[in-house]
Design a binder for this molecule. Structure first.
Ligand code: SOE
Length: 387
Protein backbone atom coordinates (compact mmCIF):
# COMPACT_ATOMS: atom_id res chain seq x y z
CA UNK A 1 0.00 0.00 0.00
CA UNK A 2 1.25 3.48 -0.83
CA UNK A 3 2.50 5.45 2.17
CA UNK A 4 1.89 9.20 2.38
CA UNK A 5 4.05 11.05 4.89
CA UNK A 6 2.42 13.73 7.01
CA UNK A 7 4.06 16.94 8.25
CA UNK A 8 2.11 18.58 11.09
CA UNK A 9 2.81 22.24 11.85
CA UNK A 10 1.89 23.11 15.46
CA UNK A 11 1.59 20.88 18.51
CA UNK A 12 -0.66 22.62 21.05
CA UNK A 13 -4.34 21.73 21.51
CA UNK A 14 -5.20 21.27 17.83
CA UNK A 15 -1.82 19.70 17.06
CA UNK A 16 -2.44 17.08 19.74
CA UNK A 17 -5.97 16.39 18.47
CA UNK A 18 -4.70 15.98 14.91
CA UNK A 19 -1.81 13.76 16.07
CA UNK A 20 -4.28 11.43 17.75
CA UNK A 21 -6.28 11.33 14.50
CA UNK A 22 -3.28 10.50 12.30
CA UNK A 23 -2.37 7.72 14.72
CA UNK A 24 -5.89 6.24 15.08
CA UNK A 25 -7.24 6.49 11.54
CA UNK A 26 -5.10 3.73 9.98
CA UNK A 27 -5.53 1.53 13.04
CA UNK A 28 -9.34 1.53 13.08
CA UNK A 29 -10.29 2.17 9.43
CA UNK A 30 -9.27 0.23 6.31
CA UNK A 31 -7.68 3.16 4.53
CA UNK A 32 -6.72 3.01 0.85
CA UNK A 33 -3.41 4.76 1.69
CA UNK A 34 -1.16 4.53 4.69
CA UNK A 35 -0.50 7.90 6.40
CA UNK A 36 2.86 7.97 8.18
CA UNK A 37 3.55 10.43 10.99
CA UNK A 38 6.80 11.72 9.45
CA UNK A 39 7.49 15.09 11.02
CA UNK A 40 6.20 17.47 13.67
CA UNK A 41 7.15 21.12 13.33
CA UNK A 42 7.38 23.88 15.96
CA UNK A 43 9.76 26.78 16.61
CA UNK A 44 11.11 25.68 20.00
CA UNK A 45 13.44 22.70 19.44
CA UNK A 46 13.21 21.23 22.94
CA UNK A 47 9.48 21.64 23.15
CA UNK A 48 8.80 20.19 19.70
CA UNK A 49 11.09 17.22 20.40
CA UNK A 50 9.22 16.50 23.61
CA UNK A 51 5.85 16.84 21.86
CA UNK A 52 6.97 14.58 19.00
CA UNK A 53 8.01 11.87 21.45
CA UNK A 54 4.74 12.11 23.34
CA UNK A 55 2.45 12.36 20.30
CA UNK A 56 4.24 9.75 18.19
CA UNK A 57 6.02 11.65 15.40
CA UNK A 58 9.15 10.21 13.74
CA UNK A 59 11.16 13.45 13.50
CA UNK A 60 11.01 17.21 14.05
CA UNK A 61 11.67 20.46 12.20
CA UNK A 62 11.80 23.97 13.64
CA UNK A 63 11.07 25.79 10.36
CA UNK A 64 7.91 24.91 8.44
CA UNK A 65 9.67 25.73 5.15
CA UNK A 66 11.94 22.73 5.75
CA UNK A 67 8.87 20.49 6.04
CA UNK A 68 7.87 21.48 2.49
CA UNK A 69 11.25 20.39 1.08
CA UNK A 70 11.09 16.88 2.53
CA UNK A 71 10.50 13.85 0.31
CA UNK A 72 8.88 11.96 3.19
CA UNK A 73 6.08 14.56 3.40
CA UNK A 74 3.12 14.44 0.99
CA UNK A 75 0.46 15.96 3.28
CA UNK A 76 0.91 19.16 5.29
CA UNK A 77 -1.43 19.63 8.24
CA UNK A 78 -1.63 23.28 9.39
CA UNK A 79 -2.50 23.62 13.11
CA UNK A 80 -0.97 27.05 13.74
CA UNK A 81 -2.73 30.32 14.69
CA UNK A 82 -4.75 31.92 11.89
CA UNK A 83 -2.20 34.59 10.95
CA UNK A 84 0.08 31.92 9.44
CA UNK A 85 -2.53 29.77 7.64
CA UNK A 86 -2.39 31.55 4.29
CA UNK A 87 1.40 31.66 3.99
CA UNK A 88 1.97 28.04 5.02
CA UNK A 89 -0.97 26.53 3.13
CA UNK A 90 -0.24 28.36 -0.13
CA UNK A 91 3.48 27.49 0.00
CA UNK A 92 2.62 23.85 0.72
CA UNK A 93 0.17 23.65 -2.21
CA UNK A 94 2.77 25.25 -4.48
CA UNK A 95 5.27 22.64 -3.29
CA UNK A 96 2.81 19.95 -4.45
CA UNK A 97 1.75 18.87 -0.93
CA UNK A 98 -1.86 18.06 -0.07
CA UNK A 99 -3.06 20.40 2.71
CA UNK A 100 -5.36 20.07 5.69
CA UNK A 101 -5.80 23.52 7.28
CA UNK A 102 -7.44 24.23 10.64
CA UNK A 103 -10.43 26.55 10.77
CA UNK A 104 -11.22 29.34 10.31
CA UNK A 105 -9.44 29.10 6.95
CA UNK A 106 -7.85 32.54 7.30
CA UNK A 107 -8.00 35.78 9.25
CA UNK A 108 -9.54 37.83 6.43
CA UNK A 109 -11.63 37.35 3.30
CA UNK A 110 -8.72 38.62 1.20
CA UNK A 111 -6.41 35.89 2.54
CA UNK A 112 -9.09 33.24 2.13
CA UNK A 113 -9.62 34.31 -1.50
CA UNK A 114 -5.94 33.81 -2.29
CA UNK A 115 -5.99 30.45 -0.52
CA UNK A 116 -9.07 29.27 -2.40
CA UNK A 117 -7.48 30.33 -5.70
CA UNK A 118 -4.28 28.46 -4.82
CA UNK A 119 -6.34 25.38 -3.91
CA UNK A 120 -8.23 25.48 -7.22
CA UNK A 121 -4.94 25.75 -9.13
CA UNK A 122 -3.38 22.90 -7.15
CA UNK A 123 -6.45 20.72 -7.64
CA UNK A 124 -5.90 20.86 -11.40
CA UNK A 125 -2.49 19.22 -10.70
CA UNK A 126 -4.04 16.55 -8.44
CA UNK A 127 -3.02 18.32 -5.21
CA UNK A 128 -5.88 18.26 -2.65
CA UNK A 129 -6.90 20.57 0.15
CA UNK A 130 -9.42 20.58 2.95
CA UNK A 131 -10.40 22.95 5.77
CA UNK A 132 -10.82 21.38 9.22
CA UNK A 133 -14.47 21.89 10.12
CA UNK A 134 -14.15 18.76 12.20
CA UNK A 135 -17.62 18.66 13.74
CA UNK A 136 -19.08 17.65 10.36
CA UNK A 137 -17.59 14.25 11.18
CA UNK A 138 -19.48 13.69 14.43
CA UNK A 139 -21.75 10.72 13.59
CA UNK A 140 -24.92 12.40 14.92
CA UNK A 141 -24.19 15.51 12.81
CA UNK A 142 -23.46 13.49 9.66
CA UNK A 143 -26.71 11.61 10.33
CA UNK A 144 -28.59 14.92 10.67
CA UNK A 145 -27.38 15.96 7.24
CA UNK A 146 -28.48 12.60 5.79
CA UNK A 147 -31.97 12.97 7.27
CA UNK A 148 -32.36 16.48 5.86
CA UNK A 149 -31.08 15.35 2.44
CA UNK A 150 -33.59 12.47 2.48
CA UNK A 151 -36.35 15.07 2.94
CA UNK A 152 -37.34 13.89 6.45
CA UNK A 153 -37.66 17.50 7.63
CA UNK A 154 -39.48 18.79 4.54
CA UNK A 155 -38.99 22.49 3.91
CA UNK A 156 -36.56 24.02 6.40
CA UNK A 157 -38.03 27.04 8.21
CA UNK A 158 -35.74 27.67 11.21
CA UNK A 159 -32.09 27.11 12.11
CA UNK A 160 -31.11 27.86 15.72
CA UNK A 161 -27.38 27.47 16.36
CA UNK A 162 -25.28 28.24 19.43
CA UNK A 163 -21.65 27.59 20.29
CA UNK A 164 -21.22 28.22 24.00
CA UNK A 165 -17.96 28.12 25.96
CA UNK A 166 -16.79 29.82 29.18
CA UNK A 167 -13.00 29.48 29.22
CA UNK A 168 -12.35 33.24 29.52
CA UNK A 169 -15.20 34.16 31.85
CA UNK A 170 -12.55 35.00 34.49
CA UNK A 171 -11.32 38.56 33.69
CA UNK A 172 -7.85 37.48 34.86
CA UNK A 173 -7.61 34.73 32.23
CA UNK A 174 -4.53 35.63 30.16
CA UNK A 175 -4.47 37.40 26.83
CA UNK A 176 -3.64 34.33 24.72
CA UNK A 177 -3.31 34.43 20.91
CA UNK A 178 -7.01 33.65 20.43
CA UNK A 179 -7.75 37.07 22.01
CA UNK A 180 -5.50 39.03 19.63
CA UNK A 181 -6.91 40.25 16.33
CA UNK A 182 -3.58 40.21 14.48
CA UNK A 183 -3.11 36.52 15.38
CA UNK A 184 -6.66 35.15 15.36
CA UNK A 185 -8.55 37.47 13.00
CA UNK A 186 -11.57 37.62 15.31
CA UNK A 187 -12.67 36.16 18.63
CA UNK A 188 -15.63 33.92 19.41
CA UNK A 189 -16.98 34.82 15.96
CA UNK A 190 -14.18 33.17 13.97
CA UNK A 191 -13.00 30.58 16.47
CA UNK A 192 -16.34 28.96 17.28
CA UNK A 193 -18.94 30.93 15.29
CA UNK A 194 -17.22 29.61 12.15
CA UNK A 195 -18.09 26.06 13.24
CA UNK A 196 -21.81 26.74 13.62
CA UNK A 197 -21.95 28.64 10.33
CA UNK A 198 -20.37 25.64 8.63
CA UNK A 199 -22.56 23.12 10.48
CA UNK A 200 -25.80 24.97 9.77
CA UNK A 201 -24.96 25.15 6.07
CA UNK A 202 -23.66 21.56 5.97
CA UNK A 203 -26.72 20.05 7.63
CA UNK A 204 -29.27 22.05 5.65
CA UNK A 205 -27.35 21.99 2.35
CA UNK A 206 -28.24 25.69 2.13
CA UNK A 207 -26.23 28.90 2.31
CA UNK A 208 -26.57 32.01 4.44
CA UNK A 209 -27.31 35.01 2.20
CA UNK A 210 -27.94 37.89 4.65
CA UNK A 211 -26.93 38.64 8.22
CA UNK A 212 -27.52 41.21 10.93
CA UNK A 213 -25.17 40.90 13.89
CA UNK A 214 -23.65 42.35 17.02
CA UNK A 215 -20.22 41.72 18.54
CA UNK A 216 -19.20 42.51 22.12
CA UNK A 217 -15.96 42.50 24.08
CA UNK A 218 -16.92 42.34 27.75
CA UNK A 219 -13.40 42.34 29.21
CA UNK A 220 -11.31 44.96 27.43
CA UNK A 221 -7.91 44.28 29.05
CA UNK A 222 -6.25 41.13 30.31
CA UNK A 223 -2.89 40.04 31.75
CA UNK A 224 -0.27 39.31 29.12
CA UNK A 225 0.72 35.65 29.54
CA UNK A 226 4.28 34.69 30.42
CA UNK A 227 3.59 31.43 28.57
CA UNK A 228 0.56 29.83 26.98
CA UNK A 229 -0.33 26.78 24.97
CA UNK A 230 -3.71 25.76 23.62
CA UNK A 231 -6.40 27.38 25.80
CA UNK A 232 -4.28 27.49 28.96
CA UNK A 233 -1.71 30.08 30.02
CA UNK A 234 0.09 31.71 32.93
CA UNK A 235 -0.89 35.35 33.58
CA UNK A 236 1.95 37.86 33.88
CA UNK A 237 1.82 41.22 35.68
CA UNK A 238 1.49 43.48 32.60
CA UNK A 239 -1.87 43.96 30.92
CA UNK A 240 -2.81 44.41 27.27
CA UNK A 241 -5.96 45.17 25.26
CA UNK A 242 -8.30 42.42 24.08
CA UNK A 243 -8.72 43.20 20.39
CA UNK A 244 -11.34 40.61 19.43
CA UNK A 245 -14.97 39.92 20.30
CA UNK A 246 -15.86 37.86 23.37
CA UNK A 247 -19.30 37.12 21.97
CA UNK A 248 -21.12 37.34 18.65
CA UNK A 249 -24.81 37.09 17.90
CA UNK A 250 -26.52 37.32 14.53
CA UNK A 251 -29.72 36.79 12.64
CA UNK A 252 -29.52 35.16 9.22
CA UNK A 253 -31.60 34.51 6.14
CA UNK A 254 -30.76 31.44 4.09
CA UNK A 255 -31.07 31.15 0.30
CA UNK A 256 -34.17 28.97 0.68
CA UNK A 257 -35.89 31.60 2.84
CA UNK A 258 -35.21 29.77 6.11
CA UNK A 259 -34.47 31.99 9.12
CA UNK A 260 -31.43 31.54 11.35
CA UNK A 261 -30.46 32.69 14.84
CA UNK A 262 -26.78 32.27 15.79
CA UNK A 263 -24.84 32.85 19.00
CA UNK A 264 -21.13 32.24 19.68
CA UNK A 265 -19.71 33.14 23.07
CA UNK A 266 -16.87 32.39 25.45
CA UNK A 267 -18.90 33.86 28.34
CA UNK A 268 -21.66 31.25 28.74
CA UNK A 269 -20.77 30.42 32.35
CA UNK A 270 -21.06 26.67 32.89
CA UNK A 271 -21.14 25.76 29.19
CA UNK A 272 -17.87 24.17 28.15
CA UNK A 273 -18.27 23.09 24.55
CA UNK A 274 -22.00 23.27 23.91
CA UNK A 275 -22.68 23.29 20.18
CA UNK A 276 -26.43 23.32 19.98
CA UNK A 277 -28.29 23.14 16.73
CA UNK A 278 -32.01 22.84 16.25
CA UNK A 279 -33.61 22.74 12.83
CA UNK A 280 -37.35 22.93 12.25
CA UNK A 281 -38.91 21.92 8.96
CA UNK A 282 -42.44 21.45 7.66
CA UNK A 283 -42.22 17.66 8.28
CA UNK A 284 -40.12 17.48 11.43
CA UNK A 285 -37.26 18.77 13.55
CA UNK A 286 -33.74 17.84 14.61
CA UNK A 287 -31.83 18.89 17.72
CA UNK A 288 -28.22 18.28 18.75
CA UNK A 289 -25.92 19.34 21.62
CA UNK A 290 -22.22 18.51 21.47
CA UNK A 291 -22.11 18.14 25.27
CA UNK A 292 -24.21 15.02 24.62
CA UNK A 293 -22.68 14.38 21.23
CA UNK A 294 -23.76 10.80 20.63
CA UNK A 295 -27.44 11.79 20.63
CA UNK A 296 -29.55 13.22 17.83
CA UNK A 297 -33.11 14.23 18.68
CA UNK A 298 -35.61 13.79 15.85
CA UNK A 299 -39.27 14.81 15.74
CA UNK A 300 -41.46 13.36 12.99
CA UNK A 301 -44.48 15.60 12.37
CA UNK A 302 -46.15 12.62 10.67
CA UNK A 303 -46.43 10.66 13.93
CA UNK A 304 -49.90 10.32 15.45
CA UNK A 305 -50.56 12.93 18.13
CA UNK A 306 -50.81 10.07 20.63
CA UNK A 307 -47.18 9.04 19.99
CA UNK A 308 -45.63 12.29 18.75
CA UNK A 309 -42.55 13.55 20.52
CA UNK A 310 -38.81 13.98 20.07
CA UNK A 311 -37.13 10.61 19.51
CA UNK A 312 -33.69 10.17 21.06
CA UNK A 313 -31.44 8.50 18.48
CA UNK A 314 -28.22 7.15 19.95
CA UNK A 315 -25.96 7.49 16.90
CA UNK A 316 -23.75 4.54 17.80
CA UNK A 317 -25.17 1.83 15.52
CA UNK A 318 -23.01 0.36 12.77
CA UNK A 319 -25.49 1.89 10.27
CA UNK A 320 -24.64 5.39 11.47
CA UNK A 321 -21.87 7.35 9.69
CA UNK A 322 -18.32 6.30 10.69
CA UNK A 323 -19.48 4.11 13.59
CA UNK A 324 -18.91 0.63 12.11
CA UNK A 325 -15.14 1.00 12.50
CA UNK A 326 -15.42 1.55 16.26
CA UNK A 327 -17.22 -0.10 19.17
CA UNK A 328 -20.45 -2.10 19.54
CA UNK A 329 -23.71 -0.05 19.87
CA UNK A 330 -23.91 2.24 22.88
CA UNK A 331 -20.14 2.36 23.43
CA UNK A 332 -19.80 6.05 22.95
CA UNK A 333 -17.53 8.18 20.78
CA UNK A 334 -15.92 11.49 21.84
CA UNK A 335 -14.31 14.72 20.71
CA UNK A 336 -11.24 13.08 19.16
CA UNK A 337 -13.22 10.78 16.87
CA UNK A 338 -14.30 13.70 14.67
CA UNK A 339 -10.63 14.43 13.95
CA UNK A 340 -10.00 10.78 13.10
CA UNK A 341 -12.97 10.74 10.71
CA UNK A 342 -11.59 13.91 9.12
CA UNK A 343 -8.31 12.12 8.38
CA UNK A 344 -10.23 9.13 6.98
CA UNK A 345 -12.20 11.37 4.60
CA UNK A 346 -9.12 13.32 3.52
CA UNK A 347 -6.98 10.24 2.84
CA UNK A 348 -9.83 8.49 1.01
CA UNK A 349 -10.37 11.51 -1.26
CA UNK A 350 -6.64 11.70 -2.02
CA UNK A 351 -6.60 7.99 -2.90
CA UNK A 352 -9.67 8.41 -5.11
CA UNK A 353 -8.12 11.43 -6.80
CA UNK A 354 -10.97 13.82 -5.97
CA UNK A 355 -11.27 17.01 -3.95
CA UNK A 356 -12.31 16.43 -0.34
CA UNK A 357 -14.92 18.58 1.46
CA UNK A 358 -15.08 21.07 3.02
CA UNK A 359 -12.88 22.74 0.41
CA UNK A 360 -10.95 25.99 0.74
CA UNK A 361 -13.78 27.52 -1.32
CA UNK A 362 -16.18 26.43 1.45
CA UNK A 363 -13.80 27.97 4.00
CA UNK A 364 -13.82 31.21 1.99
CA UNK A 365 -17.62 31.30 1.95
CA UNK A 366 -17.71 30.90 5.77
CA UNK A 367 -15.13 33.70 5.99
CA UNK A 368 -17.48 35.92 3.96
CA UNK A 369 -20.30 35.24 6.41
CA UNK A 370 -18.02 36.12 9.36
CA UNK A 371 -16.88 39.33 7.66
CA UNK A 372 -20.50 40.27 6.94
CA UNK A 373 -21.38 39.80 10.63
CA UNK A 374 -18.46 42.08 11.61
CA UNK A 375 -19.52 44.66 9.05
CA UNK A 376 -23.11 44.51 10.21
CA UNK A 377 -22.04 45.01 13.82
CA UNK A 378 -19.97 48.06 12.82
CA UNK A 379 -22.59 49.62 10.53
CA UNK A 380 -25.73 48.40 12.35
CA UNK A 381 -27.09 47.37 8.95
CA UNK A 382 -28.05 44.02 7.39
CA UNK A 383 -25.31 42.72 5.08
CA UNK A 384 -25.54 40.55 1.96
CA UNK A 385 -23.12 37.67 1.42
CA UNK A 386 -21.76 37.39 -2.11
CA UNK A 387 -22.04 33.85 -3.54
C1 SOE B 1 -11.33 27.02 21.35
O1 SOE B 1 -12.47 27.76 21.43
C2 SOE B 1 -11.53 25.71 20.55
O2 SOE B 1 -10.36 25.00 20.77
C3 SOE B 1 -11.68 25.91 19.05
O3 SOE B 1 -10.58 26.60 18.52
C4 SOE B 1 -11.85 24.56 18.39
O4 SOE B 1 -12.09 24.71 17.01
C5 SOE B 1 -13.00 23.80 19.04
O5 SOE B 1 -13.07 22.49 18.53
C6 SOE B 1 -12.85 23.71 20.53
O6 SOE B 1 -12.64 25.00 21.08
Amino acid sequence: MTTLGVGLIGYAFMGAAHSQAWRSAPRFFDLPLNPAMSVLCGRDKNAVEQAAGKLGWDSVETDWREVLTRDDVQIVDVCTPGDTHAEIAIAALEAGKHVLCEKPLANTVAEAEVMAAAAAKASAQGVRSMVGFTYRRVPAIALARQLVAEGKLGTIRHVRAQYLQDWIVDPEAPLSWRLQKERAGSGALGDIGAHIVDLAQYITGDRIRQVSGQLETFVKERPIPTEHSGLAGTAGTERGPVTVDDAAIFLARFGSGALGVFEATRFATGRKNAIRIEINGSEGSLAFDFEDMNLLHYYDAGDSSQLAGFRRILATEAEHPYVAAWWPPGHLLGYEHGFTHQVVDLVTAIAENRDPLPSFADGLQVQRVLAAVEESSATRQWQEIAL
